[in-house]
Design a protein around this ligand. Structure first.
Ligand code: HEM
Length: 231
């Protein structure tokens, strides 16, 4: 266990999860692909690559949510207002036009992520929660920063292209996150299980970072040309 984890040991499960993933969070948010995307360096195709990989990730994560819905430990975390697959489809229809599904595949890093989700999220409730936390609490937090930058870069019409970052059925993200953390703190976990869950959340962050690393390569053909107007 790390010192940070020890320091957070009395602070509750939510705080421990946050402390355990702090370094992995910083690593994920400072990858080249993410910083270039936020800096507006890609033509729209470079952004659409991320939306496409999100589609393949959420396909498995939300299938797992369906499987865990009635689980006594993981079930309370499953919330229909979080579901992202339909809005990812809307974004991809807009960004890539009809036929995108046939022309798309999960990259190797995304496939490894899907494989881990399949291994962990259908049979291990705390493992599912670790992956659920990593994606949805991130989408509700840093997602707002990413969405703002994307809208400024591409000037999409209202309601188009960034539906993934909009949670129409969550009126207060702050309140939702507070209640989510309360649910985390109420989990009936032994210290060993908590360590294992925190470890799985770090794995989840690392899998996301690997997807970004792969995207950085794929996005190379799509830099915004010098002098090209936004949009
Ligand atoms: C542009 C990149 C990112 C930015 C600017 C960013 C920013 C932030 C900020 C400001 C918070 C704190 C929100 C709060 O206290 O309510 C946060 C929380 C979080 N982020 Fe990110 N983030 C980014 C990328 C990511 C990525 C790639 C992931 C994982 C896939 C992620 C997962 C999380 C999680 C799970 C939390 C909740 C932490 C907690 O309170 O327990 N973030 N992010």
């Amino acid at each position: 266990m790390t010192d940070t984890l020890d320091a957070a040991a009395d602070a509750g499960i939510a705080a421990r999860l946050r402390a355990a993933t702090d370094a992995a969070h910083q690593a994920a948010e400072s990858t080249t692909y993410v910083t270039d995307l936020i800096a507006g360096k890609f033509a729209v195709e470079g952004y659409a690559l991320l939306v496409t990989q999100h589609y393949f990730i959420y396909e498995v994560l939300e299938e797992a949510a369906g499987a865990m819905r009635d689980d006594p430990v993981a079930g309370p975390f499953v919330a229909d207002e979080l579901t992202r697959l339909p809005v990812l489809v809307e974004d991809l229809d807009y960004l890539r036009g009809p036929g995108w599904r046939e022309e798309s595949a999960a990259g190797a890093a995304t496939e490894a992520y899907r494989q881990r989700l399949r291994e962990v999220c259908f049979t291990w409730p705390a493992g599912f929660i670790a992956h659920h936390y990593t994606r949805y609490l991130g989408d509700l937090s840093g997602g707002a920063v990413v969405a703002k930058a994307i809208r400024e870069t591409y000037e999409f019409p209202a309601g188009r292209g960034t539906r993934f970052y909009e949670f129409d059925r969550i009126p207060s993200r702050g309140r939702f996150k507070r209640e989510y953390r309360e649910r985390l703190d109420a989990l009936p976990l032994t210290p060993e299980e908590l360590d294992r869950m925190a470890g799985e959340a770090v794995v989840a962050f690392d899998l996301n970072r690997a997807v970004f690393a792969e995207l950085a390569q794929a996005a190379r053909p799509y830099p915004r040309r010098l002098g090209e107007p936004a949009g």
